[in-house]
Design a protein around this ligand. Structure first.
Ligand code: NAP
Length: 471
């Protein structure tokens, strides 16, 4: 595919391959953007921001709504592209494409709701007769840097709100998975988006992404990816608005009164989806002493029954990891945990990029498989003596994106909601659950700001205060 820069589909002297993570076959090739392409995208976006600023909200609504409808009609096709470039199963790809349409529908609706507030200025001393109101205005140019693991929906979570709010956007998709973003760009253009309003630049993060993050013409940087890159970008971005959606090692606490069948179902659904490459995947399962052994008995056979394989085979439950190096890393962390006293109850084998669904018991919380972000298909189970102890283990993390608890006890549930340091709290389900309309984001080193179209629009607009000095 070509990339879209300053209103045109262009190629470049150098191309790179997008490969299927399962077998390494080439899915497509994309251009490697040069510094001149980046400059051209930025100039185009500055012009595009002027066009978008003048486009009425209803027209922005219509474009996004049309795009959402057409995406729904093409869910199979988009779902297959996601699956081919990312490695998630066809069912997961289809599900993501459907969610991406929903994200665009939500963004379209919000385009009609961007208002300000009336300010009771006569409440200030000496301000009798004055009247004020606020206007919400677009930021201008939004740079959207996105990760590989949800190559369509996470792009929609930035592009949808950016356009709904009347901005121009420059997308820098992950180099492993740029095809979904390029197809989305084409879809939006087909639906009437002014060509200068969107750019999609392919090329390495260190070059393209960093140049965008540093540039003063970009007023808003919206980044989803690893904590290391996110922290680096915060240092170099300078004076601009920033949203950071970063990683996690999400915990799920199991209290003695939990329904263990439901816990096992939740642990499988939220621990191994997309081969564990989900920022809110269940990574640490912390069970209270009374629930510990019964839970392992119910859970181990379920994990062993997850069929890993070719993501394009409809019989497969879990596809490969994005890169072999990541599967090797997961293997090393599993081996390290076993050497440190953990028991391997399922999985532990690797074939190329495929890492079999793995369950470890008796994990020491200080092992890397527990205290760092794994981003792979293994769940580490550990025990706690009390809710207080479980919370101490769960909160002993630099991250705070999402967390869950299973209990029927209202006091325990509410104590968890108050004391768990995470931006998303789930009572009676695992941490990996998200409705695209909800405010979503992390505490601590999991990030800054919130996504979900309504909330992202707040961060992609700025407030002007207007004061009327009447006599
Ligand atoms: P990543 O390596 O940080 O890459 C994310 C994006 O940043 C890619 O487009 C990458 O481009 C770009 N990039 C890399 N280095 C850069 C630099 N120096 N300057 C600017 N951009 C740069 O993350 P990933 O492996 O794709 O995704 C996995 C991570 O994302 C995990 O930590 C996961 O938890 C997190 N994540 C968080 C959320 C959330 O909502 N909180 C959601 C999904 C994923 P290249 O691909 O070209 O390197």
């Amino acid at each position: 595919m070509r990339m879209f820069v300053r209103g045109e589909w262009i190629s470049a002297a150098e191309q790179f391959e997008v490969t299927n993570p399962y077998d390494g076959s080439v899915v497509d090739t994309v251009p490697r953007a040069t510094p001149a392409d980046i400059e051209s995208a930025l100039c185009g976006a500055v012009e595009g921001a002027e066009v978008m600023r003048r486009l009425p909200g209803y027209e922005r609504y219509q474009i996004l709504h049309r795009a959402a409808q057409r995406l729904l009609e093409r869910v199979e096709e988009f779902g297959r592209t996601i699956s081919e470039e990312e490695g998630k199963t066809l069912a997961e790809g289809r599900f993501e494409a459907g969610r991406a349409a929903e994200t665009l529908f939500l963004s379209a609706e919000e385009a009609k709701r961007i208002g300000g507030e009336v300010l009771p200025l006569d409440g200030a001393p000496g301000a009798a007769g004055k009247f004020g109101f606020t206007l919400r205005v677009p930021c201008g140019v939004v740079a959207a840097i996105t990760p590989f693991n949800f190559p369509l929906n996470l792009v929609c979570h930035k592009v949808g709100p950016a356009l709904a709010a009347g901005n121009a956007v420059i997308i820098k998709p992950a180099s492993d998975t740029p095809l979904s973003a390029l197809k989305l760009t084409a879809l939006l253009l087909e639906c009437g988006l002014p060509p200068l309003a969107i750019n999609c630049l392919t090329g390495s993060g260190g070059q393209v992404g960093e140049a965008l993050a540093r540039d003063e013409r970009v007023r808003k940087l919206s980044f989803t990816g690893s904590r290391e890159v996110g922290e680096h970008l915060c240092r170099v971005a300078g004076l601009k608005r920033i949203t950071m959606e970063l990683g996690s090692n999400s915990p799920l606490i199991v209290m003695p009164d939990a329904d263990l069948e439901k816990v096992a179902a939740a642990a499988v659904a939220t621990g191994y989806g997309n081969a564990g490459q989900v920022c809110i995947s269940t990574q640490r399962l912390i069970a209270l002493d009374q629930a510990y052994h019964p839970l392992l008995e119910v859970l181990a056979p379920r994990v062993a029954a997850i069929r890993a394989g070719n993501q394009l085979d409809p019989q497969t439950h879990m596809g490969p990891m994005i890169r072999e190096a990541d599967a090797v890393r997961v293997g090393q962390w599993v081996e390290e945990a076993v050497a440190g006293g953990a028991r391997l109850l399922a999985g532990g084998q690797r074939e190329g990029t495929l890492y079999h669904p793995t369950l470890l018991a008796d994990v020491d919380p200080n092992q890397r498989i527990s205290c760092q972000e794994l981003f792979g298909p293994a769940v580490a189970v550990m025990r706690a003596e009390s809710l207080e102890h479980a919370l101490a283990i769960a909160n002993n993390s630099p991250y705070g994106l999402s967390a869950g608890i299973f209990t029927q006890n209202l006091d325990w549930a509410l104590r968890f909601a108050r004391e768990m340091q995470a931006g998303n709290i789930h009572l009676n389900w695992g941490p990996a659950w998200r409705a695209d309309l909800m405010p979503y984001g992390g505490l601590k080193h999991s990030g800054l700001g919130r996504e979900g179209p309504r909330y992202a629009i707040e961060e992609m607009t700025e407030t002007k205060t207007v004061v009327v000095h009447t006599e």
